[in-house]
Write a protein of this length. Sequence first.
Length: 178
Amino acid sequence: MLDAAQSKLKPYSGPVSPFALPEIFIQDAFAKDDERLWCPMTPYSWSRPLCLNASQGYWVHLSKFRSKAGEESIVSCHRHPAPVHGFIIKGGWRYLEHDWVGTEGSYVFEAPGDIHTLVALPDQPESITLFHNTGALIYCDTEGNTTGYADVFTRIEAYSKHFEEVGLGKDYVKNFIR
Ligand code: FE
């Protein structure tokens, strides 16, 4: 913790709107990792919320992927009606529809209209990616038939249910909602 009294620098002390929302600050999401914060999403993926923006319809989260031992494992096939930004922090993964393999340090912009199948790789025991998702993910089969969807509200509900099950309480999710 920074000791403000020791700093000679003067912080802002002017007016602040009483309607401004508080920041979300998460100290080192890896060093202080707590398994309970990772919500299982599929047999091969877990999600840890960072910012769930209910008023603007986006969510920022860490996605963890682990493949089945020795084989490529499909996490999901989905369509994006709105843009996604992704940055791989650890490990890597690929899409069946693209010829690149994302690795540590890779950035991807998933353009609206993109449809892809995310695959966890057996040579990456664990990968972690920061995703900024807007709008929704529309899950589909390989022919394009819609099979489900996710948006900030289905995510809030999934995290809330998970946090209740692991003993953090259903309201713990509110720490991440703005
Ligand atoms: Fe995607």
